[in-house]
Structures are given as structure tokens and as C-alpha cells.
Design a protein around this ligand. Sequence first.
Ligand code: ATP
Length: 265
Amino acid sequence: MLKVCGLSVDSDRPPRGRRLLRGIDLTLENGGSLGLVGASGAGKSILSCALSGLLPRPVQISRGEVFWRGREVLLDNPKAWRRLRGREIFLVFQSPGSALNPNLRIGSQIREVLIKVIGLSAQKAGLMAVALLKQVDIPLDCLKHYPWQLSGGMRQRVLLALALALKPGLLIADEPTSGLDAVNREKVIGLLKELNRTVGTALIFISHDLRAVSEIADEIGVMDQGALCELNNTKSLFGNPQHAKTRRLLAGLDRLDQIYDNASS
Ligand SMILES: Nc1ncnc2c1ncn2[C@@H]1O[C@H](COP(=O)(O)OP(=O)(O)OP(=O)(O)O)[C@@H](O)[C@H]1O
């Protein structure tokens, strides 16, 4: 589904610019799930932006290729990315507020996507908006609320509700559980699993929460200073970490044996 070859990203054109991603190679199969972990500033978010055509200027891809369903993506063509975002590649960022229009009620926003992107009639979109909110465990009153009236966890779940409706090929979730209490964290993790395992959406899950990553991801990539220093299936990575950075990340965890037992694949 997704193949990334030698992807490098610079904060500006070299020699002035700083290299933020260094020769990233990765492959994600249909319905696969990849966790990305690493210290703050390692480049996880820049990679998620690069894979959705949303790099903030003057940050830009300087080298490499991205293939989506076997076809090369024209990396510097905003139209090509716009075609992919939404139904093919769906993003859930750390601050979901910015992905929702602050001036539109939640119900209107959900209905608008269902009508414009899926092509439902207004009546069916209304019924589906209700069903989606129930599915992500948000009180129906919230259909009348504006995004700023919802908690962070609820806003994350509104976006995941849209993902459930759109059934994208790939969902990139950048720290979707950060700042959430334990109950909301579990709900978001449950929805990500449902999207991945029931709907069949492939997942790139970026998080500092290694426990959550181990539950969700089949494979984990460890990032360090813009490079993927280790990429391995979840069980092997926890059971036999190869890179010093991976060992350092795992050293910070207690009950590693329990995580190893729960790790997917
Ligand atoms: N808009 C930008 N312009 C220039 N450099 C940037 C920009 N955004 C991020 N960077 C730099 O890119 C590097 C990687 O940042 P990134 O946000 O991807 O890290 P991260 O691994 O996601 O960190 P965290 O876990 O804290 O979210 C950092 O050195 C950061 O300073």
C-alpha cells in the first residue's frame, strides 16, 4: 500500500538547511500497522507530515520516493496530495481542534463530510452522524456543540468517527492519546484497533506511549535524529532490541515482560 524509499527532508535547501529526515525506507501492507517511537525531536511528526503532503514551509522533501498503491506520488504536487488526503490517507493530529472548523457545529461538520465525500443524502447523513457518535461513545447532545465545547478526548473521537465513516486506506495518528485521561486513552486505543482490525485501515501510530504502541502495532520503527534506526516486528523489537536507542527506550519501562506477552504479532 505504502512504500517509502530513501526519503530525506530538509528545513530549507542545503547547504543552509538542516536535515530533519535522513533516508527513510519503509513499507506498509494493506491493513498493516506501524508504530513510530523515539525521543522528542526525532522526526516522527515531520515524517507524518511528509507522508501526507503537509510539511510546513520552508521544510521540504529533498530526496526520495513515495509510492501509494504502487503508483509514485508526485511529492511536490499539492493537488496529488489533496487527492490522497481524506479518503485514502486520513490524519489525526495531536491537537485535533485544528482539524475541526471552530465555527461549525460538530453535527454540521460530520454531515458535510458524509454528504460531500461519501455522497450521502442530507437525511442519510443525519442518521449516520447519530450512529457514528454512538459508535465512538460521545453523547448525542454534542452534535449541537462547537469543537471548543468538547474535551480533547471527544475531539479525537469525532475525528475517529469520521475515519470510521470514510474507511481510509491509511490512518496516520500522531500522538492521539497524549494528554488524555486513562478512560479516554482506552477509548481512543480501542477505536484505532477497531479501524485497523475490523475496517481494515492501515495504521501509522506515533506515540511516546510504548505500551499503547505495543498493543496496536504489528511493526515498530524507532526514530533517532531523523533516521529510522531500527524497524522490526513488535515482538522481536521488545524481545530482542538491536539498537542502543531502542534499548534505552525500553529501559524506561517497567513490566516489560507483560508488554512482551501482550505485544501484537
Ligand atoms: N516547521 C518547522 N521548521 C523547521 N524545523 C522544524 C519544524 N517543525 C519541526 N522541526 C524540527 O524537526 C525536528 C523533528 O521534529 P518533530 O516534531 O518531527 O519531532 P517528534 O519526533 O515528532 O517530536 P515529539 O515527540 O516531541 O512530537 C526537530 O528538530 C524540530 O525542531
